[in-house]
Design a protein around this ligand. Structure first.
Ligand code: 2P0
Length: 330
């Protein structure tokens, strides 16, 4: 009745923004991501007949009411699949700040999906696990797999064709790195789910986003398969700016950037003008991630450390998918 799983965060290179079905977490567009080796969540789940409700600890602290409600809602789906009604004790640890645009919900729900199903003795295949993780957080469907991953939006109303699959394993492109620059450890004010709903209903640019999502997806997939660094970097950076253009033009405006975020964007563009190949990408938060090749990573980290507001940098390679861990958190 107890199991522990670890999953890594992922960062999208062709991003997901918008849902065609909120209750089932079905996206309006497909997306492609890289699973990162440096950012992970470990989660232990124990179901026990004696519990009167689910409990949740994150990073050693009792979770907020909203976090418990979201986790319980997800566990209800697992309980329904299994045909049980017993509650669970859940503890989770991130090796990076949660809810700050570093994809903690992706690694968190991928780890929870695997740990919770195993704790109940269920052995889901990777595609079923991806569909289940998706119900907790859309991007978690991608963290089930390592390497480079595509999450297909699917077309069925019940979501049965909406899951992630690997494009290339983590060994495919070892020279590719993503430098995560942490600017603030504050949690974001507007959740991605709420932000997406506001964007879809109010941004005049949202249709343009959907109109170019498929061509960005194709370009990113092809660049990954061909290991075309500049092709991938250009596609990812432009795709990120298109997504943020829809956020900026949402009512009320969704400005996930801090002044230091813009400083880093300009810094990366400046480095590129000086001949260093690197590209930025930013999610629903202020942190900046820099796509680069291993040979340039040290120089870029040094440069970033001189820019205002950079608290921490981590050089990440492609990581592995969700897996069972031997050592539990309790
Ligand atoms: C992505 N994001 O493709 C896009 C790009 C953010 C910007 O998936 O509410 O993690 O955080 O659980 O699915 C963030 O949304 O939702 C996301 P939350 P999710 O990575």
């Amino acid at each position: 009745m107890k199991a522990t799983a670890t999953a890594n965060a992922n960062i999208a290179l062709a991003k997901y923004w918008g849902q065609r079905d909120i209750a089932l977490t079905l996206p309006a567009n497909s997306s492609i991501s890289m699973t990162l080796d440096g950012l992970s969540t470990k989660t232990t789940v124990e179901f026990s007949g004696g519990l009167k409700q689910d409990s949740l600890k994150i990073d050693g602290h009792a979770a907020s009411r909203e976090e418990i409600a979201r986790t319980s809602g997800f566990l209800d789906i697992v309980r329904k699949m299994h045909g049980t009604q017993i509650f669970a004790r859940v503890e989770s640890e991130n090796n990076f700040p949660k809810s700050a645009g570093l994809a903690s919900s992706a690694s968190g729900f991928a780890a929870l999906a695997l740990a919770a199903t195993r704790a109940l003795g269920m052995e889901l295949d990777a595609i079923e696990l991806s569909k289940l993780a998706r119900r907790g957080s859309g991007s978690a469907s991608r963290s089930v797999f390592g390497g480079f991953v595509e999450w297909k939006k699917g077309s069925r109303e019940d979501g049965s064709d909406c899951y992630a699959t690997p494009i290339a394993p983590k060994e495919h492109w070892p020279e590719l790195k993503m430098i995560v620059a942490v600017l603030t450890k504050k949690e974001k004010a507007v959740s991605s789910e709420k932000g997406m709903q506001l964007t879809m209903s109010t941004s005049p640019l949202y249709n343009a986003w959907l109109g170019s999502a498929d061509s960005d997806l194709e370009a990113a997939r092809e660049a990954i398969l061909e290991k075309d660094f500049n092709g991938l970097g250009k596609t990812a950076e432009m795709n990120c700016l298109k997504m943020h253009s829809t956020m900026l033009t949402t009512e009320p405006h969704l400005i996930y950037w801090e002044p230091e975020t813009i400083g880093l964007m300009k810094g990366i563009m400046g480095l590129r003008e000086d001949g260093v190949e690197c590209y930025f990408t930013i999610d629903a938060g202020p942190q900046v991630k820099v796509l680069c090749l291993e040979k340039d990573a040290k120089r870029i980290v040094k440069y970033l450390s001189f820019l205002p507001g950079v608290k921490e940098t981590r050089v990440c390679g492609t990581g592995e998918g969700a897996r069972i861990a031997k050592q539990g958190l309790f």
